[in-house]
Design a protein around this ligand. Structure first.
Ligand SMILES: C[S@@+](CC[C@H](N)C(=O)[O-])C[C@H]1O[C@@H](n2cnc3c(N)ncnc32)[C@H](O)[C@@H]1O
Length: 265
């Protein structure tokens, strides 16, 4: 318990630091801007026209504001446990047109104990947030929070790193003579074999979208293979850009979008 709390403290410090180094930029959450674009592109298709929408682990609000632009009729709230991320999000909002300021809000909130009301939201979006919790027990607690704040029939759009996709990608890398890409020290990727049965009593899995599979084949396998394994891969290379254009094949992407609908409280 004490160890988990210490680890959470270190992870929070890591994000506070990132918010200072990447002030107001999309890449505050991760260095791969093309992957962020792909993620938001697919997510936008699943945003409903009913609100309100909650974005949990919203960082500096870059994507939250994108969602608000896509759905001009709904109210949107972003929460994050990092004070400096929320400060940046509020600054970004203050620079946005007035109509956004009326229907978008940001506040400090911990996914392990959200201050939001029960059954309040039509949609909860959470991108790469709960992989920052150091155990499956804590991740389950966060998932229960999503269920609690969603209305019946509300949708959870969970865009997370999957242990299955990550393993498949590393198997493919191995066949190309490349070393395994480890999980970052601050992440614990979601295990679909635990995730789906755990949520089943409350949530129906509507879709499991491997939106990053083709992109990972290009950016995490072919690019390092072509440039040589001793060179540092470049996130905005032409190969990566090319692989954002191809249709998705296989299950080689770490990042996936799970669409769940709340069926029971
Ligand atoms: C990888 S970033 C993703 C940010 C944003 N969702 C995006 O896609 O750009 C993870 C975010 O989750 C936040 N986070 C991590 N653990 C959290 C927790 N327990 N409660 C709330 N936010 C958390 C971090 O501060 C960080 O902003």
């Amino acid at each position: 318990m004490k160890e988990a709390a210490q680890q959470i403290g270190k992870i929070k410090e890591y994000y506070e630091e990132r918010s200072k180094n990447f002030h107001g930029q999309a890449i505050v959450s991760m260095p791969d801007q093309l992957l962020i674009n792909l993620e938001n592109q697919v997510l936008r298709k699943y945003l409903t026209r009913r609100g309100p929408l909650l974005d949990v682990g919203c960082a500096n609000g870059y994507s939250t504001l994108e969602f608000a632009k896509t759905r001009p009729s709904i109210s949107v709230r972003g929460v994050d446990y990092s004070e400096s991320m929320i400060q940046d999000a509020k600054e970004l909002l203050a620079k946005s047109p007035r109509q956004f300021q009326k229907r978008v809000s940001f506040g400090i909130g911990d996914v392990l104990g959200l201050k939001e009301k029960k059954s309040h939201y039509d949609q909860v979006v959470s991108k790469r947030c709960i992989i920052n919790l150091p155990s499956w027990e804590l991740q389950q607690k966060a998932l229960q929070e999503f269920i609690r704040v969603l209305k019946p029939q509300g949708t959870l759009l969970l865009s997370e790193a999957s242990a299955q996709g990550w393993r498949n990608m590393n198997r493919l890398r191995k066949e190309f003579g490349l070393n395994e890409i480890p999980q970052p020290w601050h992440n614990l990727y979601l295990d679909e074999e635990k995730l789906f049965p755990t949520l089943k009593p409350w949530m129906k899995l509507v879709e499991n979208i491997n939106f990053s599979s083709t992109y990972y084949i290009g950016s995490r396998v072919l690019q390092p293979f072509i440039i040589g394994k001793d060179k540092e891969p470049c996130f905005d290379s032409e190969i990566n850009k090319l692989f954002t254009l191809f249709p998705n094949v296989g299950d080689y992407g770490t990042q996936k979008l799970y669409v769940f609908r709340k069926e029971s409280s």
